[in-house]
Structure formats: C-alpha cells, structure tokens
Design a protein around this ligand. Structure first.
Ligand code: GAR
Length: 217
C-alpha cells in the first residue's frame, strides 16, 4: 500500500509531533512524515525533526503582511512536499476558511479535552474551575471554528482531586501521545470516512464497555 505523505504543523515543543513521527517509523504504518513546519522559528520541535532527517523549515507568520499571505506560503510548502495529510500538533494559529477548504478532510488536529467541551486555550484550568471529573483528548478533522470538526478518536482521562493545571496537562498529554498515532493510522489506512460531519469507521467498531470515572465499586 502506498504510504500517505504527512506534513506536521507545530508552534512549540512538538511532543505530539515526536509521537507521530516515532509511530510512522514503525514497520507497516500506512503514513510517513515528509515535512514539519513551524510558524515560530524558535519552536523546540524543529531541532528534533531536523535531527531525524525530516525537512523542518520555519515559516514565521510575523514576516507576512496578513494571514492569507502566511497561509499561501504554508500551502505552497505542503504542495512542494507532496503532502496528502496534515497533522496539526500544537499549532497555535487560527487558519482561514480558504486554507481549511483546500485541505478539507485531509487535515487533523489534536486538542487536550473531550470535544466539544472546552475548546480554546487554558483548557485544563477551565476543566478544573468547572469541576469536571473526566476530561481527555480528541483528534478531529479541522473546520474553520476553533477546535471543532468531525471527531476521529477520543481518550477519557480522570481528573484527580489534587490536580493542578500542570499535573492534569501531563496526564492528558501522555494520552495524546497514544491517541494521535492511533487516529492517524485509522485515517491513513482509509478506515475513516465522513458522512454529514460525522466520522464513520469501516469496518464498524464493535460494542465496548462504557468508560466511567470514578469506577463503580
Ligand atoms: C498539546 O497538548 C495539544 O493538544 C495542544 O497543545 C499541546 C501541544 O504540545 N493543542 C491545542 O491546545 C490546540 N487547540 P506539543 O507541542 O508538545 O505537542
């Protein structure tokens, strides 16, 4: 099977990018990393990607007159690398409808909450402030609305009574590193289609036990 060519967009640390690249390098994975792009030249993840032999240029959004000009450059870099699928991995720029439409249903994002709850920034602090007992992470196809679009996969993560935003973020991040490669595998292998803004899996997923936290005694 022809491997899907993946471009990864980052803005910082890039730990999800590392999880994706590491997974894609396993034998039999139906996708390969071909380029990593960052809108921030100082993103820590760029060095790691380059050390892996992956082209990883920075496209500094501040160097462009407007969003459209920045996105045109990103789009061209993705075309030059013959990308089939984009994975946003901590990419913190909103994208305009023009860019979203060009990559519609070929563009994934990971967000550290159980969407559609808690989109946006300061996610973990808002989860704590609201007293939610379960949070998690979601991989979804990108739409113009922030952290919204057809959901491919989610993991539930418990909120502990003594959590801070940092301890909760760390627990969710560990789940993200497992979820994102799993979701990419599903998409790249052709197991995912979109019908009416919902993801349909082929073959269908069987019945699984309900997730509940705290567990029943
Ligand atoms: C991750 O927790 C990711 O889910 C989040 O940014 C972090 C990036 O970490 N993304 C969003 O909040 C998108 N709205 P990383 O750079 O180590 O992957």
């Amino acid at each position: 099977m022809q491997k899907r060519r993946v471009g990864i967009l980052i803005s910082g640390r890039g730990s999800n990018m590392q999880a994706l690249v590491t997974a894609m390098r396993q034998p039999g994975f139906p996708a390969e990393p071909v380029v990593v792009l960052s809108n921030r030249p100082d993103a820590e993840g760029l060095e790691w990607a380059r050390a892996q032999g992956i082209p990883a240029p920075a496209i500094d959004h501040k160097a462009y007159a407007n969003r459209m000009a920045f996105e045109a450059r990103v789009h061209q870099a993705l075309l030059d690398a013959k990308v089939d699928l984009i994975c946003n991995a901590g990419f913190m720029r909103m994208l305009t409808g023009g860019f979203v439409d060009r990559w519609l249903n070929r563009h994934l994002n990971i967000h550290p909450s159980l969407l559609p709850a808690f989109p946006g920034l300061q996610t973990h602090q808002r989860v704590l402030d609201q007293g939610a007992l379960i949070t998690g992470c979601s991989v979804h196809f990108i739409r113009t609305e922030m952290d919204a679009g057809p959901i491919v996969a989610q993991t539930a993560v418990p909120v502990m009574p003594d959590d801070t935003a940092d301890t909760l973020a760390a627990r969710v991040l560990a789940a993200e590193h497992k979820l994102y490669p799993h979701a990419l595998h599903l998409v790249a292998s052709g197991a995912v289609t979109i019908a009416g803004e919902r993801v349909v899996m082929t073959p269908p997923i069987g019945k699984v036990p309900t997730l509940m936290w705290p567990p029943l005694a």
